[in-house]
Design a protein around this ligand. Structure first.
Ligand SMILES: [Cu+2]
Length: 133
């Protein structure tokens, strides 16, 4: 009798699982973020509020798109930044209140880390947007 009960339990479980699979999906999932596309906040506290240069792992041949977003709205004055990757010889335009998003695009020439930093030395919190020695 116990065996029959166990068998029934297993059968019911399978039926529940099978019918659940047939249900329409509740909502469309948002498309996954495009590979190599990234948003990073830049403020006087650092990249994503972390002091030091921003480092990104890339793979050779990867199309990298990195958007820097102005994060100093809490300051009374404008606090412009210019972001650069010396490894790739690329810089953004001025990131500031009037231009709150700037994007860098490049193709990774080798696998490893790429460093980004602010090259506008006058900015508030500049020491948080550069290599920490
Ligand atoms: Cu800066």
């Amino acid at each position: 009798m116990k065996k029959v009960f166990l068998l029934m339990t297993v059968l019911v479980s399978i039926l529940v699982l099978v019918s659940a699979c047939g249900q329409p999906q509740p909502a469309e999932m948002p498309p996954p973020q495009e590979k190599g596309s990234l948003r990073v906040e830049v403020s006087r506290y650092g990249f994503n509020k972390t002091p030091g240069e921003f480092r990104l792992e890339v793979e050779e041949g990867q199309e990298v798109e990195i958007t820097f977003v102005y994060g100093d709205d809490g300051l009374s004055q404008n606090n412009p930044h210019v972001l650069a990757s010396p490894d790739y010889g690329i810089t953004t335009g001025i990131l500031g209140r009037d231009n709150p998003e700037v994007t860098l695009r490049f193709t990774a020439k080798e696998t490893g880390e790429v460093a980004f930093m602010c090259i506008l030395y006058e900015c508030v919190g500049h020491h948080n947007l550069h290599t920490i020695d």
